[in-house]
Design a protein around this ligand. Structure first.
Ligand code: HEC
Ligand code: HEC
Length: 343
């Protein structure tokens, strides 16, 4: 075959493939046109807003960690609405993110171009939603029972801290008392030994008392005479501080930040206390895993005066922080922590 023939065959193939691709895409273009009605577009934007933005800007754009976005001058039809300025402003901030003058708070970058999760079309949907004033729609999506889920029931945790004299003795001497499958004799021996230890206020009794106190703190019950307050009180505290806007604990909460369900397995009380007090003061080296991915290996932390993190510094009293830290540092899956002297 001559070079010219090869070239003509290649050219014909090129044209034919081009036509086939065009025809195949026709269907997709038609679908796309159906979806681009403004109302539909805004509705899809509302769904994206609920999933990505409502934690910080409020379910109805009323503002929370970030400023209010439901401003009249951003709505099509408002007398001060200037399409080009508004659209460009929102697009730029959402694409690139924005450092905030408030310490420890960031507007994340959302565009894939800047390491974020959204493409241009998705961002345009959100902008259409904001400017079309569709603020009641995200509630349909955010009203899902995010916060209804229970905190981890802590039955596993209770086991971590044997809190009766019997439990302490059994955990310390599995061979003597038969572990998980005791005989009737071993059960009777355990019961008798526990009674004797309690009467003498012996070591197993002391340990059980200490563990009960630990449990009381873990369960967040400020008043041991009101058992009903236990986890509910703690959940109210943590939810009231906004932690569940970004974190999941058990089946409650959301997924913007890392799940805290087992955070006690990777973070100790000291670290948690420092972090929650002011996340932006914890240096990059001491953050470990779970830093938001678009800051991984990002040298900005070397010279940026504050450490970029999306976790805000949330005002609370020392006592409130102590309760949260104690609960979180004990959130781990370990089944049983053996009492100290295991002999
Ligand atoms: C982690 C919290 C957080 C999330 C999530 C978040 N933002 Fe923000 N956003 C902020 C903060 C904080 C600011 C203010 C930054 C500053 O102080 O300049 C801001 C600013 C903005 C602004 C500019 C407002 C202004 O007047 O400067 C827009 C627009 C905006 N966000 C839109 C969005 C959209 C759309 C989403 C979802 C795709 C989103 N944000 C998700 C925290 C967040
Ligand atoms: C605006 C969202 C947001 C809020 C509100 C928030 N956090 Fe965070 N948190 C994050 C993000 C994001 C990270 C991951 C660190 C990073 O990206 O810088 C994080 C990290 C953490 C970590 C470390 C987790 C790990 O895996 O090691 C703990 C613990 C934590 N937060 C606790 C809390 C507590 C307690 C509260 C409430 C007082 C809270 N957070 C409120 C976003 C938030």
């Amino acid at each position: 075959m001559s070079t010219r023939m090869v070239l003509s065959v290649a050219f014909v193939a090129f044209v034919v493939i081009g036509m086939v691709v065009y025809v195949l895409n026709e269907g997709r273009r038609a679908d796309y046109n159906i979806l681009t009605s403004t109302e539909e577009y805004a509705h899809l934007g509302a769904e994206l807003y609920a999933a990505n933005c409502s934690q910080c800007h409020g379910p109805q754009g009323e503002g929370a960690i970030g400023p209010a976005l439901n401003r009249p001058e951003w709505h099509v039809g408002d007398k001060n609405y200037d399409e080009t300025t508004v659209q460009t402003f929102i697009r730029n901030v959402v694409h690139r993110g924005q450092y905030s003058p408030q310490p420890g708070i960031q507007m994340p970058a959302w565009s894939k171009d800047y390491g974020g999760p959204l493409n241009d079309e998705e961002i345009q949907k959100i902008i259409t939603f904001i400017t079309e004033n569709q603020w009641t729609v995200p509630l349909e999506y955010t009203a899902t029972p995010n916060f209804v889920g229970a905190f981890p029931p802590n039955s596993a945790q209770k086991k971590m801290y044997p809190s009766t004299t019997q439990e302490v003795l059994a955990a310390k001497n599995p061979a003597k008392y038969g572990g998980a499958t005791p005989t009737a004799e071993q059960k009777a021996a355990l019961s008798a030994d526990a009674k004797a230890d309690e009467a003498a206020k012996g070591p197993a009794y002391q340990e059980a008392q200490a563990n009960t106190e630990k449990l009381r703190l873990i369960l967040g019950n400020p008043d041991p005479n009101k058992p009903g307050e236990k986890l509910d009180g703690l959940k109210q505290l943590i939810q009231g501080k906004g932690c569940l806007n970004c974190h999941a604990i058990g089946s409650a909460g959301t997924t913007l930040g890392p799940s805290l369900t087992e955070v006690g397995s990777r973070r100790d009380a000291d670290w948690l206390n420092t972090w929650i007090k002011n996340p932006s003061l914890v240096s990059g080296n001491n953050r470990g895993p779970n830093v938001m991915p678009w800051f991984k290996g990002d040298n900005r932390t070397d010279f940026w005066p504050m450490q970029p993190t999306f976790m805000p510094t949330i005002p609370m009293t020392d006592e409130e922080r102590a309760k949260i830290v104690d609960y979180l540092s004990n959130l781990k899956t370990a089944e049983v922590v053996l009492p100290t002297a295991n002999k």
